[in-house]
Write a protein that binds this ligand. Structure first.
Ligand code: ATP
Ligand code: MG
Length: 713
């Protein structure tokens, strides 16, 4: 069978063959990124069927994301010795789809409450009826509920806060029941209950799935692990592959201890290690190794490389996320236009769903085909914090914009529904030039309130000739920041998010000269986003992938852009906060177990870096949401350790970052500091007169001297 595989250019190495040939009993394959773990699962499927004559329907392969499952299916269908029909009979799926099918077969008809937004709206509603809307963030509550569920634990109800949270939880559960709905965690939990309750069903699963394999085992959570253990109990043919350095779902209950426990629970387990990375070029593997070795809690392992061709990872420090997006997109366009690459070769990876605003816009503006994997159906400009500001801007241009009027009513302390009902009920209103002023005057507010609101409306009217950035700042300073603070002052984290969101709005608005142009732009983006959000899958299409690092797990791309490699983005600010909190706890001697958030962020950086096959581009915007952002420690540290002792050696042929090949025509060039070290790739844009007058500057990455020059971006 291995000969057959070789005919298809699949040359497995010795330990891979050893793993594939291990047919009966538990196996644990622990190995670094790109070392061929998933390939082993696929080849083993073919081997079981062809050599051991296992029926395809007896094989179950489970992974985490739909895209990974789809890829597994495609790769299985290409295996030698398998007809399409046989390949289709192999169960390759995600945990959720597998258990949902089982639930459906046993009569479960509940609808899936899939989108985060739908869940948040439900929680918001519940909070409102309990009068707690200002006390909790729906997202935080949802992840709290989820963590109890997937760990198969009951919510505690000792303290007042715990009691309150438990009550919200119970309301949420009741609401779902009454409305015939379930969320993703419920799928696993209901399946767990079902299999506990029905031994006959469990037995039939155990008889059917005689060979069970799990990919990305490091990210299984308690309920997933327990479910799998139940299915493999009689035969123990449990084959798992994973990489402890790629655990990126600790917040979701995944924990490395499953890997450790596996060997305890399955004492007879064979352990196979793979240590050659076949995916990435040597420098990329080297950078991945360097980044991850700073984690203290890990099994030591260093990946070897197999590829001969090499290109050093490239680094760039744009000023803002908008400039970063322009650089990335112009690079992609140039590569495609000049025939070196096609759109499908590129992936742009970002840390959080909300950190891709600028990139998303540039892709749309430049009409680049792309698949937005992590897109929400609400655009940034429709966010509840942002929308009223946009509405005030709209009203400054058109006081009769009724949609905008509706949007600003709550900020004027007028109930949205009543206000609009009143406006629509008044025939005379249709002719009034300033409907809002009339509404305020005719409502039963106190005089001083009316005057204050009138003042504000007039203030809005005066904004119309301002630049959008200045107008937004004025709106914030004169009342909006205070308004938001008064309404959402209970959750401090929330307040920070609000500020960041408005800062992000300012960075976006900075690019426009007139309010009209900015508003037009926000509307176009919202429209595009609505259209794109329905299009979650476009497989086979030649398109750039835009996704969060979490989503990219297990995947690979010829060219990867890791954007937002700045402190506060990656590592995420919440991890930096947690790190500080942890120090305090240790000081106090409390033995409280906290997730080591920074180490998890470092693993995310490792996952992102190791997705790249041939080329890797890393960029760290100097400003993020209005704040100065230092270069990510994950990028700084490997460079500074490598450089020590070598400072200033050799001069480089001036390389254009993000543009390593000879380029015929410069698109746009900026004056910049460029590092002179031959091994370092840093450069920094010169933005101020003061910077330009400096005679000397050291490289922020490696400490070597930098020289002034021009960079094509
Ligand atoms: P990750 O940790 O990111 O999930 P992985 O360990 O699952 O990675 P694979 O996706 O299986 O790694 O393999 C990475 C790349 O290496 C794939 O392109 C695969 O085709 C290739 N590959 C795997 N094994 C070999 C081999 N023995 N010879 C050549 N190429 C290989
Ligand atoms: Mg894999």
């Amino acid at each position: 069978y291995f000969r057959l595989l070789e005919k298809q250019n699949i040359f497995l190495n010795k330990p891979q063959i050893e793993a594939v040939r291990h047919v009966n009993g538990p196996v644990l394959t622990l190995a670094g990124a790109g070392s061929g773990k998933t390939s082993v699962l696929i080849s083993r499927t073919g081997y079981l069927i062809n050599v051991n004559h296992v029926a395809p329907e007896n094989i179950l392969l489970v992974t985490f994301t739909k895209k990974a499952a789809d890829e597994m299916k495609t790769r299985i269908s290409r295996l030698p010795g398998l007809t399409q029909r046989m390949a289709n009979k192999v169960q390759a799926c995600t945990f959720h789809s597998f258990f949902l099918t089982i639930l459906r077969h046993s009569g479960c008809q509940q609808n899936i409450l899939g989108s985060e937004r739908a869940k948040q709206i439900t929680i918001k509603q519940i909070l409102k009826t309990m009068g707690l809307q200002d006390d909790y963030q729906p997202e935080t509550l949802l992840s709290l509920f989820s963590s109890y569920k997937i760990n198969l634990k009951d919510m505690p109800g000792k303290t007042d806060i715990e009691k309150e949270q438990k009550l919200i939880y119970q309301h949420y559960e009741k609401w779902k029941k009454a409305n015939n709905k379930m969320d993703f965690d419920d799928i696993l939990l209901s399946a767990y209950d079902l299999l506990k309750r029905s031994p006959a069903l469990l037995q039939s699963l155990q008889r059917r799935f005689k060979y069970v394999m799990v990919d990305e085992f490091q990210d299984t959570n308690v309920v997933q692990y327990e479910l799998m253990k139940m299915i493999v109990k009689p035969h123990r043919n449990f084959f798992v592959v994973g990489d402890d350095d790629q655990t990126i779902y600790s917040f979701n209950g995944a924990s490395n201890h499953f890997i450790l426990n596996f060997q305890k629970e399955y004492e007879e387990a064979a352990v196979v290690t793979l240590d050659i990375n076949y995916r990435s070029s040597p420098s990329i593997v080297g950078l991945g190794n360097k980044v991850i070795q700073d984690n203290s809690k890990r099994r030591k392992k260093t990946l070897q490389t197999a590829k001969a061709l090499d290109a050093a990872p490239k680094y760039c420090r744009p000023q803002t996320t908008d400039e970063e997006a322009e650089i990335v997109i112009s690079h992609i366009k140039r590569e495609v236009e000049e025939g070196r690459r096609s759109f499908g070769d590129f992936a742009i990876l970002h840390r959080t769903a909300s950190s891709s605003r600028a990139m998303f816009e540039q892709l749309i503006i430049n009409r680049i085909p792309f698949i937005p994997y992590s897109i929400k159906d609400e655009s940034f400009y429709e966010h509840w914090v942002v929308k009223p500001v946009i509405d005030y801007l709209s009203l400054s241009l058109d006081p009769r914009d009724f949609n905008a009027i509706e949007g600003v009513l709550p900020t004027l302390y007028i109930n949205r529904y009543n206000g609009m009902a009143w406006i629509h009920g008044q025939e005379s209103m249709k002719k009034k030039k300033y409907p809002l002023i009339h509404l305020v005057q005719s409502s039963d507010l106190k005089d001083y309130q009316k005057n204050k609101i009138k003042e504000r409306i007039e203030f809005t009217r005066d904004l119309k000739d301002e630049k959008p950035l200045k107008a937004i700042r004025q709106i914030r300073q004169s009342f909006y920041d205070k308004y938001l603070e008064a309404h959402h002052d209970k959750a401090s984290l929330h307040k920070e998010n609000i500020k960041e969101t408005l800062d992000e709005l300012e960075s976006s608005a900075k690019r426009f000269d007139s309010i009209a142009a900015f508003i037009r732009f926000t509307r176009d983006i919202a429209k595009e986003q609505k259209m794109l959000s329905g299009r979650t899958k476009a497989d086979g299409a030649d398109a750039v992938s835009l996704m969060t690092i979490h989503r990219s797990k297990g995947l690979e791309f010829p060219v990867v852009f890791l954007i937002g490699a700045s402190e506060g983005i990656l590592p995420h600010s919440s991890a930096i906060d947690a790190e500080q909190l942890e120090d305090v706890r240790v000081d106090k001697g409390k033995e409280e177990k906290v997730i080591d958030a920074i180490e998890e962020e470092r693993r995310l950086a490792y996952v992102a870096i190791t997705r790249a096959k041939d080329e890797l581009y890393i960029s760290s915007p100097a400003f993020y949401r209005g704040q100065k952002a230092e270069i990510s420690r994950f990028i700084l540290s490997p460079f500074s350790s490598r450089q020590s002792g070598k400072i200033g050696k050799g001069r480089i042929k001036r390389q254009t970052v993000f543009n390593n090949k000879e380029q015929p025509a410069a698109k746009k060039s900026v004056s910049a500091w460029i590092c002179t070290s031959s091994t370092c790739i840093a450069w920094q844009r010169i933005t101020s007169y003061k910077e330009g007058r400096l005679k000397h500057k050291d490289c922020p990455l490696c400490g070597s001297p930098m020289e002034k020059g021009r960079k094509i971006i």
